[in-house]
Design a protein around this ligand. Sequence first.
Ligand code: G4P
Length: 527
Amino acid sequence: MKYQQEIEKRRTFAIISHPDAGKTTLTEKFLLFGGAIQVAGAVKSNKIKKAATSDFMEIERQRGISVATSVMSFEYEGTLINLLDTPGHKDFAEDTFRTLTAVDSVILVVDSVNGVEEQTRRLMQVCRMRKTPVIVFINKLDRDGKNRFDLLEEIEKELSISLHPMTWPINQGKDFKGVYDLHNKSIRLFTANTKAIDEDTISISDLSSTVLNEKLGERDAATLREDVELIDGVYGELDVNDYLSGDVAPVFFGSAINNFGVKEMLDTFIRISPKPRDRETNKGLVKVDADKFSGFIFKIHANLDPKHRDRIAFLRVCSGRFERNKYFHHVRLDKDVRFSNPYSFLAREKNVVDDAYPGDVVGLFDTGNFKIGDTLTEGDEFFFTGIPSFSPEIFKEVVNKDPMKTKQLEKGLIQLTDEGVAQLFTQFGGNKKIIGCVGELQFEVIQYRLLHEYGASVIFNSVPFYKACWITSEDPKKLEDFIRFKSGNIAIDKDGHLVYLAQSEWFLNTERTNNPDVEFHFTSEIH
Ligand code: G4P
């Protein structure tokens, strides 16, 4: 329990949203509160602009800039907050999924005008799978959005999570007057660009008070009373354990651009959000307060400049103390490694750190030793689980255009897939290589990087697959039969696991029905 104090004061989380819901704006307000930046607009360089969505080089360039914003650490009210950035662009959703393995909780931003959107659904699916505690921020109340009761119902239904309002909005759009804090029983009146000072707050010990009518007008005061009665009746007080178990998500309403409703959420966040917790490994739980160091790599960022081939591997510390220049055990490679220049990301600057504690993220220079999911320990032989791959959505066969460069191509494919840029499947019994990605842009990135970094020239041919399922069976004979009958659809992933590539939902369902002894898994994490 040597590091208990360090653990207690850390919170590691991510803000997630469908693009344009307000993630960057909210991040910026958090950093302002944390004193990590002084002026608004400082985080914008991190954002992939809409105009750039078809230009992958521009996206990569901006992703390059975003190394510094991959992790933003700041202190707020004595709490050390590590905010992990997630790319908003859907073609890089895998990056976001993996970042979610390194956080202890998330804040989900929902646009009050658009409600639940495609990315919101996908991201929340991952959070539910991992039982990650979620706080919801309903943004853009200064615009005419959906009816708030309808919106709550939509979020609950579409995201399969129970909500618990913590604040309640008084009107919206141009009539937006503020929020009522259901916990503190106070009203914060809306002013654009608030510094969140207490003068804007009115305490209401009794909702029937005439002060309410004076401040809000008869009609809005009456609506608020009705709403609050209804909400109190339905929800009562939040049980923090329901939030921590990922079953109930507290909800805040506000307007990020106006810095309104943000401080209430941040204050609640540091009060209720989980501190770093014990983590699952293949040999059981590793205690967060164990004396010995352990951690895992959840993200690798390559340098696009061919002259600087170094990569940065992002390590999440899970237990003990990480130290600069100390030898740690790289479990997969069975070798000891040490780092003379590990980074931390305090106040958005990269600084060399001497040590780090559970919840912290450290950037390590890597010359090709790491792949996503690798575990470092202080000598122990275990690895962290819960860092799965999901099925890609687009599959293409790699065609080598320059046979003289076959070796370079092999190396490039392995390194790029180690970085998690794409998944690689090798056809069973053959050597057809199939790349799986979430978005078309990734194929352009791979083609460009193979050529510029490895000198390998490739084109991609479409293949008619729509989903990859990892397959296992209790009965080796049944698995063998299935592989034989379906050999055209069987491949090996890069860790040597068997995968069934389905042409369509119909084929997948048919095979599942016809082969009850074969198990089809939708993530790679089965071994
Ligand atoms: P993202 O990171 O989730 O993609 O979203 P981001 O914060 O960049 O916000 C997307 C757009 O929504 C931005 O406008 C931003 O100013 C706006 N926005 C954020 N919060 C609010 C809010 O509370 N109310 C209103 N009305 N708008 C909000 P933009 O025009 O796309 O970008 P910019 O030109 O302002 O940078």
